[in-house]
Ligand binder design. Structure first.
Ligand SMILES: *[C@@H]1O[C@H](CO)[C@@H](O)[C@H](O)[C@H]1NC(C)=O
Ligand SMILES: *[C@@H]1O[C@H](CO)[C@@H](O)[C@H](O)[C@H]1NC(C)=O
Length: 397
């Protein structure tokens, strides 16, 4: 509730701090908005007298166009913030057993939320861009159908596409508004990524990939209304995937990500309209943005290894190999794996050999207190006991 209040007054105070936005030209300029994930944390709002709130730290993470979008679409900032948090949670889930575990910093003005890994162009960076772009798409599309954004609503465009005479069911109305979510993510998330150098192209490609993974997992859901389940009338609508599905799919693409370089024929035409062709709002987007913006997505990245095939729309792309992430290196924003837990029977990345980078590990017996013997009580409560169990924990030296 408080967060909601904070965000609605965002449009009042405008304090730009451009220096931090331009400082890292190389990485593209579209990443500072992630700081909005921390909008709800008290240290980022300095309450002032008479209930007014000092929004500067969070506001500084937004670019001018992003502030305009927020002003023109009341309700979106709350969804963007929720989306950013969803992206962080999903990233940390997907990478919990890896050397790089997607840890974030407490947001401080001018510092990137994910740390300096973003200044590089490696696979991990690619994942961060894709998952945050996907999360905004997802969160906005859902918020539209839930009625929490003033400028959009449920998607009703399915209803007129096919005459209902050829089906035994009808579109039932409120579909999640993926068209709006997609369009908004392009406008908001891609702000500042002009695609003028390889790194900005990498960001744009991965942002688009994130959105494509949400779009392609939209599913039809139906409900029967006939007498005693006879299903004489069936209504259907399109529903967003669970965000975990998007996270799993993007993690697969991370594992198979393509290293790219700039191609000679940079202007090669790529049909990027296919995935938005079902969105009625897309025409609005193209109308408003004109030709220049559309061309932003018109490039083909070339595989670094000429024997690999060019990256597809849903692939993640990166431009430099990942650092090993083994040792702490504040300059590169790497925490290192000293003290991380590992699995001594696994031969994968969570295994002690790989996780500890050959330094070895120590093994301890620890007593953990866990909920156990849980029983369900009608209705609706789960009661558990607390049990002490001994566990063997391995940690990297
Ligand atoms: C990630 O790893 C670091 C140590 O490398 C640890 O301090 C931190 O708690 C971990 N974060 C998460 C979210 O697992
Ligand atoms: C450790 O790895 C093994 C083999 O991959 C797996 O079966 C086991 O569940 C893992 N243990 C933990 C605690 O994750």
């Amino acid at each position: 509730m408080r967060l909601w209040m904070f965000l609605t007054v965002l449009s009042v105070t405008v304090h730009a701090s451009l220096e931090e936005i331009t400082r890292n030209k190389n990485r593209g300029r579209g990443s500072t908005w992630w700081g909005i994930a921390k909008a709800g944390e008290p240290n980022n709002f300095l309450p002032m007298s008479a209930g007014s709130i000092h929004m500067e730290p969070v506001y500084a993470t937004l670019r001018r166009k992003q502030r305009r979008l927020a002003r023109e679409n009341p309700g979106v900032l709350m969804s963007v913030s929720r989306g950013a948090n969803q992206a962080i949670a999903e990233c940390q889930h997907q990478f919990r057993n890896r050397r790089w575990n997607c840890s974030t910093k407490n947001f401080l003005r001018g510092k990137n939320l994910f740390g300096k890994i973003v200044d590089r162009g490696c696979r991990e960076t690619a994942f961060i861009y894709a998952i945050t772009s996907a999360a905004v798409t997802h969160s906005i599309a859902r918020a539209c159908s839930e009625g929490s954004i003033q400028s959009c609503s449920c998607d009703y465009t399915h209803q007129s596409r096919v005459s209902s005479a050829v089906r035994d069911w009808e579109w039932g109305g409120c579909s999640d508004n993926i068209g709006y979510g997609f369009k908004f993510s392009r406008e908001f998330v891609d702000t500042g990524e002009r695609g003028r150098n390889l790194r900005e192209k990498m960001n744009l490609h991965n942002n688009e990939a994130g959105r494509a993974h949400v779009t392609s997992e939209m599913r039809q859901e139906c409900k029967c209304h006939g007498m005693s389940g006879s299903c004489t009338v069936k209504t259907c609508w399109m529903r967003l995937p669970n965000f975990r599905v998007v996270g799993d799919n993007l993690k697969d693409r991370f594992d198979g990500a393509s290293r790219v370089m700039v191609s000679n024929s940079d202007r090669a035409r790529v049909t990027n309209n296919a995935i938005t062709s079902n969105s009625a709002s897309n025409s609005v987007h193209q109308h408003r943005d004109g030709l220049g913006r559309r061309q932003r997505y018109n490039f083909q990245l070339k595989p670094y290894n000429p024997e690999h095939k060019p990256p597809g729309q849903k692939d993640l792309v990166y431009v430099e190999p990942s650092p090993p992430f083994c040792e702490k290196n504040p300059k590169l924003g790497i925490l290192g794996t000293h003290g991380r837990q590992c699995n001594d029977t696994s031969i994968g990345v969570d295994g002690c050999d790989l996780m500890c980078c050959g330094r070895g590990h120590k093994t301890q017996e620890v007593t953990v207190i866990e909920r156990c013997s849980c029983t369900f009580h009608w209705c609706c409560e789960v009661k558990c006991q607390l049990c002490r169990t001994k566990k063997t924990v391995h940690t990297c030296l």
